[in-house]
Design a protein around this ligand. Sequence first.
Ligand code: HEC
Ligand code: HEC
Ligand code: HEC
Ligand code: HEC
Length: 419
Amino acid sequence: MEIKKEHKNILLIGGAVLLVVLICTLSLFLVNNQPLDTTPTRFSIPDNETDSSVWGNFYPLQYESYLKNSENKDSKPHVDSFPYLTEMYKGTGYGAEFNEPRGHLYALDDILNVNSKRWESRQANCFVCKSPQIPDLMDKYDFSKLSFEDAKSEINQTIGCYNCHDTKTLDLKVKQKPLLEALDRMGVDINNATKQDMKSLVCAQCHVSYYFTDENQVKFPWDNGLTAEKILKYYDESNFAEMYHPDTKTPLVKPRHAEYEMFMGSTHQSAGLSCADCHMPYMRDGDTKYHSHYWSSPLQHINQSCLVCHTQGEDWVLNRVSVIQNNTKESQNRAGEAVVEAINAISKAQNTTGVNESILNEAREMHRKGQWYLDFVFVTNGYGFHNPGETMSNLNKAIDYSHKATILANKAILNADTE
Ligand code: HEC
Ligand code: HEC
Ligand code: HEC
Ligand code: HEC
């Protein structure tokens, strides 16, 4: 059969119309079934822009959640809950003031208003983890010689976007010198870090233990490894003492918020999680998914932070966390009592005429260890949650070494030269 010309045209037009309708339907279907938008347009931020509100103009969702950190404003002195700290930190800046942490937006205010005993000998270094302006200022000045007041006059921004992101690519970037130097000494090439590694390493710029060298440089004591035991060995190898307990003359070293160290080797880290997975989970705004920039207790957004994996449900998660944290606090208190007992025994021995000095020094060595292991757990936020097994192991050591210190101090008295 022959098809007439007009019929051919009608068929062609009809086909074309059908095709257009098909394409439209298909693209509508595809658009509606696309995964939520998780790769936002990357805007280029001006070079060296440390003002987070400027970044906020380009990334309003992240900025809005960042501003929420102002809600995280409560903080009380640790000593209110743990009175043994008074004895443990006697004579140090920590004895003068040591409060619970609060939101990143308060970091600069808090260092400016902290009891001056906390920074009197440490000058500009105290600002190192409080502002996005630090990495560039450390290129400009020698922080080991800069005064607190001189640094203060240059700094007006609290922790913000520039601390963790590259201005051009928005990729995560480690900028803090002490971390870059520590990784370098350990033979770790930061350029080989995976995206997942970076989601913890940006936090490791600050949430780590550090000390001031004799040359007044901020340094991470990681050369032997990241556990409390390996870090203490690092200090012992050079007979380093940060302070002497006024009642016992024990040469002490001071751990600090070792969240990253504790997390490394934990159940969750070995299962492939990063800090950001719990502390900065994905949130949803309409069709857009974005990372929360509200750094607080993940239990505030348990659905997004925990229940994505733990299908056992909210009650299970809350209960497990409280069991871990209560066990930690109980053992911490026992270790605290043991450390105070050791301090009292050594102090009594020291005041005994003719006391056996060599046994007394052994007692001081045990006090140094006992206090170290307790303090390591104490200053690490989360009350043991980040690594329950390692936390308990450290507290066992704290209790054991402290008891040994007490026994040795008593022995030093018994062996006093009474001639
Ligand atoms: C403490 C580190 C840190 C700070 C400070 C920080 N971010 Fe992020 N940001 C992250 C992490 C971690 C991710 C997730 C990266 C990934 O998934 O690879 C992220 C992701 C992002 C993304 C990608 C989209 C998304 O939500 O996943 C944007 C945009 C962003 N941040 C903007 C900002 C802005 C704006 C600020 C300042 C108001 C800021 N960030 C401050 C750590 C930080
Ligand atoms: C530039 C340094 C710096 C970086 C980077 C940083 N923090 Fe912090 N963070 C701090 C300081 C300092 C405080 C305490 C502020 C205060 O109390 O004034 C703090 C406090 C916190 C708190 C406690 C808030 C509370 O409720 O008590 C959490 C949680 C936290 N940070 C998580 C993170 C996570 C997760 C990362 C990485 C994604 C990170 N931080 C990166 C310096 C930093
Ligand atoms: C598996 C989830 C998870 C991971 C991963 C994780 N945390 Fe936590 N973090 C928690 C929980 C749960 C708490 C306890 C919160 C509470 O007591 O309300 C906590 C507490 C904290 C606190 C104290 C917050 C406060 O309100 O006092 C800080 C700071 C912190 N974590 C930092 C980090 C850093 C840095 C990393 C990575 C090195 C990390 N966390 C990895 C779940 C996690
Ligand atoms: C990406 C998946 C994932 C997320 C998110 C996650 N967990 Fe886990 N968690 C695991 C895995 C895997 C284990 C190992 C045991 C297992 O297989 O269940 C575990 C174990 C635990 C345990 C018992 C082990 C221990 O350390 O004693 C607790 C408690 C726990 N998680 C709490 C939490 C809390 C609280 C959060 C949220 C703040 C959280 N988890 C988020 C995967 C996850």
